[in-house]
Design a protein around this ligand. Sequence first.
Ligand SMILES: O=P(O)(O)OC[C@H]1O[C@](O)(COP(=O)(O)O)[C@@H](O)[C@@H]1O
Ligand SMILES: [Mg+2]
Ligand SMILES: [Mg+2]
Length: 338
Amino acid sequence: MPYKRITLTHFLLQEQRRLKSSGVFTSLMNDILTACKMVSHEVNRGALVGNHGVAGSENIQGEEQKKLDVLANDIFIHMNSQCGTYAAMASEELEEVQAVTGTHEGRYLLLFDPLDGSSNIDVNISVGSIFSILRVPEGVDPSSQDAFLQPGVKQVAAGYALYGSSTMLVLTTGNGVHGFTLDRDVGMFFLTHPHMTIPADTTEYAINGSRARHWEAPIKRYVDECNAGKEGPRGKDFNMRWVASMVAEVHRILVRGGVFMYPADAENMKKGGKLRLMYEANPMAFIVEQAGGLASTGRQRLMEVAPSALHQRVPVILGSRNEVERIVAYHAEHDAAK
Ligand SMILES: O=P(O)(O)OC[C@H]1O[C@](O)(COP(=O)(O)O)[C@@H](O)[C@@H]1O
Ligand SMILES: [Mg+2]
Ligand SMILES: [Mg+2]
């Protein structure tokens, strides 16, 4: 069989030729790819090199940082500061925006969750990295928070790395979603999942069921109906999954469909929910929409939320189109009856 493997870089070059666009995506992705390979290496070495356990510090979110949170953050900051592609960066692990000094040609902003699913590191369950790319708005200081506070529809590209049984990188530049698998022997990502699309229907939902007592009525109604199975209003049985790594949940949904919910609830409502808009919800929403799915807060399209703070949290409901539409309809019915 002729050698048909395509590297991520070649795929982007082909995309750019097809779209007659500038060579921006290859330079945007080059250093992110390297960072993800380095994080994958550190995740895989794990306890062998003392990468498990806590770092003994807290992040801006008031969360205890794991050693790999800090290491992955350092890798992303360092690797993406070398070539002047990015004018500034924002990270889940850093309170303030990080200006990239010495480079003024950077016309893009990079936002990332360097290690998503941190509670799974020490128990060897899949974790990932999530990234989002914005343009520097005209006339705005790129190292200001204001430069970053753009709605998700302004994203140029978004993606994630999944450090699972294999390391994958899934990416959208606004022309569909494509998955690449790392071949460790040659240190390159090869196209393995072209044009990923989410089935409109599903029988699988993901939510942290231990929070059921806090849920708003529309979420409770949806989950109860799923659990009622064939005999219930849905007329079919459902399966439930909860990995506690958003990247792993979204990847499963891209591969076989499903719906992921991390709603705002009575306990986290004051904070706006759990997941962060700028570097978790928005990049995943871009990917899910590009794959034919929907991404909502329950009351608004996620990518149209106007950000007010770099680390703000939002409710997240995303995945198979027909299921998200149903959940959004339940919210509308609930609100109309108030
Ligand atoms: O532990 P919980 O409350 O189920 O929350 C799990 C969610 O929290 C997260 O781990 C938050 O991300 P971080 O690990 O980057 O903080 C998501 O990946 C996951 O979906
Ligand atoms: Mg995260
Ligand atoms: Mg994280």
